[in-house]
Design a protein around this ligand. Structure first.
Ligand SMILES: [Ca+2]
Length: 240
């Protein structure tokens, strides 16, 4: 395991806390009375890791949206991206997401929380049906704000949970409405294959023999060890 992986997994926040306390003591001439940690996403995962491995570092920890299932999070991103990726017949450009898909999701689900305000408070209530966006005149150019059958099919898969070939749940579905902020992050636009950078991240962190190509396949996703053994060997806890 490289030092970089160890630092990422758990050591960096621990060392930063030690140095921060020392600097504070030197500057103020007394030790800090209390120490707190606040982080989100990868930072949330680091907060949970700090609580597990270094419980004396902080008096309180705020772990927001913790990406504890690291492989699941990034593996799902690659799978989602492949459903609507550039270079495929199901590709949905960024402007179509914005002008066509998200408005239809809001039309179907905004009011489910009792208030039409452009916010879907509980995405779990939303059963977005993209078939209403299917072009009636076989127009595949999106010029009329409609979608080709292949794009509709891609969207259906995009908003369904991800299962492996044995029908075992790998990861929950993408929340309807969240696409408004996340489409660029998934490599769903442009001309490059989806999420090579994300795949490389998983590959580097896993430090295993298998190699990821431009697209993460279901078998490889399953190979990422859903039991969490690899993650735990890196010092990353699986669930609180
Ligand atoms: Ca609403």
């Amino acid at each position: 395991m490289t030092q970089t992986v160890t630092d990422f997994a758990h050591r960096s926040i621990h060392v930063a806390a030690q140095v921060g306390k020392n600097v504070t003591s030197i500057y103020y001439g007394s030790d800090p009375h209390h120490s707190y940690y606040d982080g989100c996403s990868a930072g949330g995962r680091q907060g949970i890791t700090a609580a597990y491995r270094y419980p004396d570092d902080f008096d309180g920890i705020i772990a927001g949206a913790p990406a504890v299932d690291w492989n699941g999070v990034f593996g799902s991103w690659i799978i989602w991206a492949s459903y609507v990726a550039s270079g495929t017949s199901s590709f949905i450009p960024a402007d179509v997401w914005e002008a066509t898909v998200t408005p239809e999701i809001l039309k179907q689900c905004d009011a489910l929380d009792g208030r039409v305000d452009g916010i879907i408070v509980n995405p779990d209530l939303c059963r977005f049906d993209p078939t209403v966006l299917l072009c009636t005149d076989n127009d595949t150019t999106n010029s009329s704000g409609c979608l080709a059958q292949s794009q509709v099919d891609g969207l259906k898969k995009f908003y369904q949970p991800i299962y492996d070939t044995n029908k075992t749940l790998l990861f929950s579905r993408f929340d309807p409405g969240a696409e408004a902020d996340m489409t660029f992050g998934f490599g769903m636009s442009g001309t490059a294959p989806p999420s090579i950078e994300v795949g490389s991240t998983i590959h580097n962190l896993e430090a295993t023999a298998f190699s990821l190509s431009s697209v993460l396949t279901y078998p490889v996703f399953g190979e990422l060890d859903r039991s969490g053994t690899n993650m735990q060997s890196m010092g990353i806890p699986i669930g609180p």
